[in-house]
Ligand binder design. Structure first.
Ligand SMILES: [Zn+2]
Length: 249
């Protein structure tokens, strides 16, 4: 069994490097995440050898864990205030969840005592509320005390000033540290035996391995299986594309 895994890993490394090479030749191609390649290769190799799949490869879909750097979500009105009348966000990079993107546009966040974070990325498309998601390291350096909240739950949270090329916007509230969470389709939720609002754990391997409890399950038919953690969590365990990860109930 160990030999199979060793050969799988060599082949996965090869495929991932090939995908990166192809992507470097064409800006249009979006490279699949290494976990997607890994999942496909493992399933194919074990099926070909007629061997039972190891537990980590048995999932319906590959498990993608992505680190969300600090960012904000804005309403169309706020985008116009910051960037000018009629301005629409432009795509910088498509994200793994269908239709979601990192915009080319960034804003400057001005916190208490005029400390700033420049180049705060806006994620699109626009939403019906303004929300800034920071890691605790960011909020400490800004001098903020921010609460841990699920995305969208911003009642009673602190605000901030945003600055864009065309103007300022004073957010009355909406600065949070987002709760780590897993996006699951209903089929993924069935596979793991969880429902919307449940908690799961994410086991992260490697030299700085750690298990993250309190991973909020968000189930929607538009979702692809993906875990979102922030930069504090990702850096704490040195999460890399090849780091083994497992989602458990
Ligand atoms: Zn998310």
């Amino acid at each position: 069994m160990e030999d199979i895994e060793k050969n799988c890993k060599i082949f996965i490394d090869y495929c991932s490097n090939y995908v990166k090479f192809v992507q470097s030749m064409s800006v249009a191609a979006l490279a699949p995440h290494r976990a997607v390649v890994e999942h496909l290769v493992r399933q194919a190799v074990y099926a070909r050898l007629n061997k039972p799949l190891p537990r980590i490869a048995r999932g319906l879909n590959p498990l993608i864990v992505n680190v969300s750097a600090r960012h904000c979500h804005l309403t169309p009105e706020t985008v116009e205030t910051l960037f000018g009348k009629g301005h629409q966000l432009t795509v910088h990079k498509w994200l793994y969840q269908e239709g979601q993107f990192a915009a080319k546009e960034t804003v400057t966040l001005i916190g208490p005592r005029s400390r700033v974070i420049s180049n705060l990325r806006i994620l699109g498309p626009c939403r019906n509320l303004n929300q800034v998601e920071l890691a605790y390291t960011d909020s400490i350096s800004l001098g903020f005390d921010i609460p841990l909240r699920a995305s969208g739950d911003i009642k009673g949270t602190p605000g901030a000033m945003l600055m864009g090329p065309a103007g300022f916007f004073k957010m009355p509230d909406g600065v949070i540290r987002a709760l780590r969470h897993a996006h699951l389709s209903p089929a993924d939720a069935d596979f793991y035996g969880v429902k919307h609002g449940d908690w799961m754990k994410l086991k992260i391997g490697g030299d700085c391995g750690v298990t993250l409890d309190k991973m909020l399950c968000r189930v929607d038919k538009s979702f692809k299986l993906e875990v979102h953690i922030d930069t504090d969590e990702g850096n704490a365990c040195n999460l890399q594309p090849e780091t083994p990860v497992e989602l458990v109930k």
